[in-house]
Design a protein around this ligand. Structure first.
Ligand SMILES: [Zn+2]
Length: 166
């Protein structure tokens, strides 16, 4: 299936292309790229279904693909994700010291956006229509898969208090 991206930002487009690849392989349509000095140095998409791996969210897959990097490199990076990052992936951003995250959309679910802001990250939400439409399509088509973590667990199940925007 071909799904046209609408993102103007070329890096969000690349993350969206990752999301579409995941979707076309039966997985969750969430993609991520790691950008340094205008260049993509890592990319990935959620592989929970494809690999049977619950921790390979898009951002974790992206970090894995980028390989080992020096702290000085992470500090110069921006990570893109087509969907609001969860606390695991947000935790990895904090662990590695990535200072900026650009999010395709936080309408389907808003997870760690405000938590990351509260920790000093620069968080930008582009509210991209294609990212939103693709997630909406997936949650309609595969509600059980969506419900396995972000959709019906963790923050939404236990009502974790999300820090308000500083
Ligand atoms: Zn995640």
């Amino acid at each position: 299936m071909t799904i046209a991206p609408t993102a103007v930002d070329p890096f969000l487009r690349a993350a969206f292309e990752e999301a579409v690849t995941g979707y076309n392989n039966g997985g969750l349509p969430i993609g991520s790229v790691l950008v340094r000095n205008g260049e993509i140095i890592g990319r990935g998409h959620n592989r929970r279904v494809q690999d049977g791996n619950p921790i390979l969210h898009a951002e974790m897959s992206c970090f894995q693909n980028a390989g080992r990097l020096a702290p000085s490199v992470y500090r110069e990076c921006t990570i893109y994700s087509t969907l609001s990052p969860c606390y695991m992936c947000g935790g990895a951003m904090l662990l590695f010291g990535v200072p900026r995250v650009i999010i395709g959309e936080s309408r389907t679910v808003e997870a760690a956006d405000n938590f990351l802001r509260s920790q000093g990250l620069e968080v930008t939400v582009l509210d991209d229509p294609a990212c939103y439409e693709l997630m909406q399509r997936f949650t309609r088509e595969q509600p059980a898969i969506w419900a396995e973590d972000v959709g019906d667990a963790g923050i939404s199940r236990h009502g974790v208090v999300i820090p308000s925007r500083p």
